[in-house]
Design a protein around this ligand. Structure first.
Ligand code: FAD
Length: 282
């Protein structure tokens, strides 16, 4: 059973929109399993340049039909104001009130950045177009976004996004809790006052995780890389060690006052459910 302290925390699960009918079936099963853990909401990613626009909407609506709160991600780079106005209108028509607002990255081959430069422009646009209708989440980077020049500048850019009207933030995943605490302290020093919820990536397929991390700038500490490398193809040991590492990380974050956890589920319930049990959240 959740304690009072747990209830005040925000727990959420992230999905990506499946591409095939089998993927849709599998995700529905995952979602039903994770719904039993009582998350605040499920979020659904949005492909670079709006490439999953319809599938993101379909996935969000399926979650809603199941009686759960759903938050679509939306990205602005490469998009026009009119096209995003249309996306926001569709979300509103379907009663969606929670959104994750991102800049996104230009898909390969797309040259024009469109009418938005940064996520802060998108947040300001959403507020100008829809007032307080949406609860707006934004992204945060305790280990810095790969395009940021230094930590001080990065936190000031984050502040612009918050001041534009964000309600809450979800971080890029990380395995170094100190980076998160340091980022939160820097934000507090600037008077930034919103929940900054750590994004948690369970470790399943280590080579895939290395590829993701290289692309998004998340650091896998050397001791973790070296231990994982020593396991070779022994996927059971990789999974067991990964669970230990991520359980300890979550435990430390929650014990030190993190406002909740956002799990990057990769559309699977297994590891997240095990972490949940180990953390004593159910
Ligand atoms: P921004 O906040 O705009 O920051 C991007 C860069 O610009 C940073 O380096 C920042 O320091 C800099 N910057 C910001 N403002 C200024 C300014 N005023 N002047 C100069 N520089 C500035 N991507 C997707 O395509 N789809 C998704 O569904 C998706 N979901 C995500 C969910 C989470 C929780 C996270 C953490 C990331 C997600 N991403 C997603 C990835 C994200 O789109 C990329 O990391 C992208 O490169 C940056 O997006 P952002 O919203 O953080 O951008």
């Amino acid at each position: 059973m959740q304690t009072q302290k747990d209830k005040a925390r925000i727990f959420s699960f992230e999905f990506f929109p499946p591409k095939t009918p089998e993927g849709v079936e599998r995700l529905a099963a995952t979602q039903r399993q994770l719904a039993q853990l009582g998350p605040e909401f499920f979020s659904v990613t949005y492909g670079a340049g709006g490439t999953t626009r319809d599938r993101t909407l379909e996935t969000v609506l399926a979650i809603q039909r199941d009686g759960q709160a759903a938050a679509p991600h939306i990205s602005c780079i490469g998009s026009s104001r009119e096209s995003l106005r249309e996306v926001l209108r569709t979300y509103r028509e379907h009663g969606i009130r929670h959104i994750v607002a991102l800049r996104g990255d230009l898909p390969s081959g797309m040259m024009s950045a469109g009418e938005f430069r940064y996520a802060s422009d998108l947040v300001a646009f959403i507020r100008a177009e829809t007032g307080d209708h949406f609860f707006i989440e934004v992204a945060a980077y305790p280990e810095m976004h790969p395009q940021a020049r230094n930590a001080q500048e990065a936190v000031r850019h984050f502040q612009i996004k918050v001041d534009a009207g964000a309600d809450s933030a979800i971080t890029q995943y990380f395995y170094n809790a100190d980076a998160y605490f340091h980022f939160v302290d820097d934000c507090e020093a600037l008077g930034i006052d919103l929940p900054i919820v750590p994004g948690i990536m369970p470790i399943n397929n280590f080579s895939q995780l290395c590829r993701f991390s290289d692309a998004c700038g998340a650091e896998i500490p050397r001791w973790i890389r070296n231990t994982m490398a020593g396991f070779g193809d022994d996927s059971a040991s990789i999974k067991a060690f990964g669970l230990d590492v991520v359980t300890q990380l979550c435990d430390r974050l929650l014990s030190a006052g993190a406002p909740g956890l956002h799990f990057y589920t990769m559309n699977s319930a297994g590891l997240v459910s095990t972490l949940w049990q180990r953390l004593g959240l159910s």
